[in-house]
Design a protein around this ligand. Structure first.
Ligand SMILES: NC(=O)c1ccc[n+]([C@@H]2O[C@H](COP(=O)([O-])OP(=O)(O)OC[C@H]3O[C@@H](n4cnc5c(N)ncnc54)[C@H](O)[C@@H]3O)[C@@H](O)[C@H]2O)c1
Length: 340
């Protein structure tokens, strides 16, 4: 079965509302899910959605109540997500960071007690769409072994940076592992192998079998540099924000246990630094230099994929279709009504 942006948004929203999610929260989860699939990060779109439904059943995702702002100054805040949907907690956090940046130039908001939030770039985009630079980091349950070690002790800790620009989408959204864990979960579901150089099995030997990689460890990107970045993100989104750190982080790869990850959302308003116009003009000069050398602008891949996916939609693989169909049947929704 094929989906498109409009139908997937409606499908996700309808399922969540039928299961008792508050309407505004269902809408944000649906937006983030569609954003992932449009950008081609299918490991974090509808393919990851069934994990959240399991979270309802295990009561690791809370459908009631709202976030609490536990600490706050003009430039920072610390949010307790009260186990609500990660997408909702993250959205509220970035919205607050943007509001602070508009007031004082910078806003930095940490969250704990949230849940898996999907693609990191959805939240840095919120900042760049409002004229701010957005930086988002998060920790996840361990997958990367420390440099020199064998045991997974560090998350796939993603980072996304979005830059506001009048004409060009400029963004980078990546795990600090060679590939997001979600890509291994997706390859396992589809019965596909993973590229060499992605993961090690539990004995520390290279593997192209995603199941063995999930059981073992995923390599950091770029050798020590990726490892170092993952390590530091672990602290910035763990110790700093009252969240779990290292093996204390649970509940991101599945929703079978309470999620103890943390996130940090940063918004910077260029208007308060050099003014919006100067920032844009200087960035444009730099983009021209890169383009003159036929260089790739970070974010251009997402732009191309969004174009293609908006025009053509995307197919559900058979296992994913069956999983979603089962969820729908249980709540009296006919999934075929949403076919594109
Ligand atoms: N929620 C979480 O806990 C969590 C954890 C890890 C990753 N993720 C998400 O998983 C997704 C996938 O992460 P990943 O590291 O596997 O992504 P990836 O390796 O596919 O891409 C990383 C970045 O590099 C860019 N890129 C890669 N090849 C390119 C090329 N040839 N030309 C231009 N740009 C190129 C991509 O567009 C993207 O911005 C991301 O959205 C990330 O936020 C989420």
């Amino acid at each position: 079965m094929k989906l498109n942006a409009k139908n997937e948004k409606k499908l996700v929203t309808d399922i969540l509302i039928k299961l008792g999610t508050q309407e505004n929260q269902a809408d944000i989860v649906a937006q983030a899910t569609v954003d992932a699939d449009l950008k081609g990060f299918t490991s974090h779109g509808i393919g990851r959605f069934s994990q959240y439904i399991k979270g309802f059943k295990a009561k690791t995702i809370n459908l009631e109540g709202d976030i609490d702002i536990e600490r706050e100054t003009e430039a920072m805040a610390l949010i307790n997500g009260n186990s609500l949907f990660g997408q909702y907690v993250a959205r509220r956090a970035m919205d607050l960071a943007i509001e602070k940046a508009k007031n004082v130039g910078i806003g930095i908001v940490g969250t704990h007690n949230g849940n898996h939030f999907g693609v990191t770039g959805y939240y840095s985009d919120l900042a760049s769409q409002k004229g701010c630079i957005g930086v988002v980091i998060a920790n996840t349950e361990p997958a990367i072994a420390p440099f020199g070690g064998k045991k997974p002790l560090i998350g796939t800790n993603p980072i996304a940076i979005g830059i506001p620009n009048e004409d060009t989408y400029i963004a980078l959204d990546m795990a600090t592992s060679v590939a997001a864990r979600g890509k291994l979960l997706e390859s396992r579901r589809k019965g596909e192998s993973i590229p060499e150089g992605t993961a090690l099995d539990k004995d520390g030997k290279p593997t192209t079998d995603p199941a063995k990689g999930i059981e073992g460890s995923i390599l950091p990107f770029g050798g020590f540099k990726g490892y170092g970045l993952a390590f530091l993100i672990e602290i910035l989104t763990g110790s700093l924000v009252n969240a779990g750190i290292g093996t204390g982080v649970k509940g991101t790869a599945t929703c079978s246990e309470d999620c103890t990850k943390g996130d940090l959302f940063l918004a910077i308003d260029p208007e308060k630094f050099v003014g919006k116009e100067q920032f844009n003009d200087e960035t444009d000069k730099f983009l021209d230099e890169i383009r003159a050398d036929n260089g790739v602008i970070p974010g251009s891949l997402e732009v191309e994929r969004v174009k293609g996916n908006l025009a053509n939609g995307w197919e559900l693989d058979p296992v994913l279709f069956d999983t979603l169909n089962d969820i729908c049947k249980n709540i009296d929704i006919d999934i075929e009504d949403y076919a594109a």
